[in-house]
Design a protein around this ligand. Structure first.
Ligand code: NAP
Length: 276
């Protein structure tokens, strides 16, 4: 069983979930069903991924009670604005085949477009109407969070940001925590490849009988973060879930912390990045 974290409105969320960016509906359906059968209970998708239909089908295939699965999706840039946000959520619910989502995030702030406050108001209204259990943001910086705080009484429950040992986001993590926001880590494995191949993760993992990927995900969990790794491979999907039966020492954590900046992350900057 994956432990849960409690969000600032009392809703509980599993502390690790499945990322789904990339594959289309059929492959997503397969992955979601497989992940749920293994014990995953948090699924992260987005309107922009174009696979909400597959997510909904995978949940239906798994035959798990709706209330046991925590489903998060995101508002895409082209739908920002009050009325368009309301319509976008309804369209996501239709594609997912659900009556409500557990978490709805603003995918990117798009400061030049300057519609995230209006979008947030629409989300707060739909939260009150019961179509969403918790609302949050993604890729928001302190400036953007300050504006929401000035213009709305609803504090985001979650900020989903790029975060992994090369890009540990210490300042944003502390800022989120101060505001009562849970930080979710996107690309928690830095997209696989070079990060898990760093020798330090093999050295540490060997002490616990764990793989490099499991050591990285355990680091996220011990920092109180909520990683959402993606995998299309059954073995890695299972491994990524089995990170709640060992504990890294302070020395292990310090070794991993020392990797900050060894390589860049995606380089996407929320001040300027635009995707619609
Ligand atoms: P990721 O989860 O860091 O890495 C996924 C890659 O790592 C896949 O290629 C996978 O390959 C490999 N992998 C998975 N488990 C592994 C393990 N145990 N050891 C070694 N390699 C492993 O990257 P991501 O997909 O970019 O991020 C995860 C999720 O975050 C996305 O799917 C999406 O839901 C979310 N996200 C959100 C935003 C945002 O703006 N909010 C942006 C990007 C991503 P195999 O499939 O072959 O296992």
């Amino acid at each position: 069983m994956v432990p849960t974290v409690t969000l600032n409105n009392g809703v509980t969320m599993p502390q690790l979930g499945l990322g789904t960016a990339g594959p289309g509906d059929d492959e997503t359906r397969r992955r979601v069903r497989e992940a749920l059968s293994m014990g995953y209970r948090l699924i992260d998708t987005a309107a922009r991924y174009g696979n909400e239909v597959g997510v909904g089908q995978g949940i239906a295939d798994a035959g798990i009670a709706r209330e046991e699965v925590f489903v998060g999706t995101k508002l895409r840039g082209s739908d920002q604005g009050y009325d368009s946000t309301r319509k976008a959520l309804e369209a996501s619910l239709d594609r997912l085949g659900l009556d409500y989502v557990d978490l709805y995030l603003i995918h990117w702030p798009l400061p030049r477009v300057d519609r995230y406050v209006e979008s947030w108001r629409a989300m707060a209204d739909m939260l009150a109407e019961g179509k969403i259990r918790a609302i949050g943001v993604s890729n928001f910086l302190p400036d953007h969070l300050d504006r929401l705080a000035a213009e709305s009484a609803v504090v985001p429950a979650v900020n989903q940001i790029e975060l992994h040992p090369w890009l540990p986001q210490r300042d944003q993590r502390a800022d989120d925590e101060r505001r009562g926001i849970v930080t979710q880590s996107w690309s928690p494995l830095a997209r696989g490849g070079d990060l898990p191949a760093e020798p330090v993760f093999t050295t540490i993992g060997d002490r616990y009988g764990k793989t490099p990927g499991q050591v990285i995900l355990r680091w996220h969990v011990q920092l109180g973060l909520v990683p959402i790794p993606k995998s299309g491979n059954a073995e890695r999907l299972r491994q990524n879930l089995e990170v709640f039966d060992f504990e890294l020492t302070d020395a292990d954590l310090a070794e991993i912390d020392a990797m900050e900046g060894a390589q860049r992350g995606s380089g996407l900057d929320p001040r300027t990045h635009e995707e619609f």
